[in-house]
Ligand binder design. Structure first.
Ligand code: AMP
Length: 216
């Protein structure tokens, strides 16, 4: 089973993918998380990705495609995987089709997380992340018990550089210009389904599971 949650930054696809991974066991392949780990380990990949991520730009296609190719061929992806944050351009979408056909596999479902721009800006600008365990909080919607401190591990909460106001607007523009056409591409192939991502996280998750046909 290969599932692609698509949607703008802040639409909740990462959170929903993690929930699905916990329930069904297919790994969530988040290109954003892969880059963030590489940045904190100061690897060559991390240094390259950081240049683009800090400005809210996309990391070049050849770099991202290489990362996914390495990851999706690992044995824990044999039963299925959730591609969170990939593909983000038409070039990546076409490269993924080619990669999967060489592996005799194909995409099962693409789910678009739809939400309006004002809600996205408020979600992203209030988002805080634990520096140590990666847990997510929101200053208004899901505040930590103690300001600036992670409820789970006591680590410091930080704002991602790309969640700062000027970078957010650029990320949303990049989404409209480069990623929205990917949704249209899957729509033409009759693979696309949509969920209203402004609902509560539990309601979004319920619909997400129904759309991909996962029952437990
Ligand atoms: P995310 O955590 O998915 O919002 O990704 C954070 C950042 O990582 C993005 O704003 C891009 O700079 C970079 N990134 C993640 N996935 C991709 C991708 N598929 N193509 C290009 N850049 C990506």
């Amino acid at each position: 089973m290969i599932i692609i949650p698509l949607g703008p930054p802040g639409s909740g696809k990462g959170t929903q993918s993690k929930k699905l991974m916990a329930e069904c066991g297919w790994p969530q392949l988040s290109t954003g998380d892969i880059f963030r780990v590489a940045i904190s380990n100061k690897t060559t990949l991390g240094l390259k990705a950081k240049e683009f991520m800090d400005k809210g730009e996309l990391v070049p296609d050849d770099v991202v495609i290489g990362v996914i190719k390495d990851r999706i061929t690992q044995s824990d992806c044999d039963e299925g995987s959730i591609l969170d944050g990939f593909p983000r351009t038409l070039i990546q979408a076409k490269a993924l089709d080619k990669m999967l056909s060489e592996l005799n596999r194909s995409i099962d479902k693409v789910v678009l997380f739809e939400i309006n721009q004002d809600e996205l800006v408020s979600r992203l600008s209030g988002r805080r992340v634990c520096k140590d365990c990666g847990a997510m909080f929101h200053l208004v919607a899901a505040p930590p018990k103690k300001s600036g401190t992670c409820d789970h591990c006591g680590g410091n909460l930080i704002q991602r550089k790309d969640d700062q106001a000027d970078v957010i607007l650029n990320r949303l523009k990049v989404y409209e210009n480069q990623t929205a056409p990917v949704a249209a591409y899957y729509g033409e192939k009759s693979k696309l389904q949509k969920v209203d991502a402004s609902q509560s996280p539990d309601d979004v998750y319920k619909t997400f599971k129904e759309l991909i046909g996962f029952h437990k």
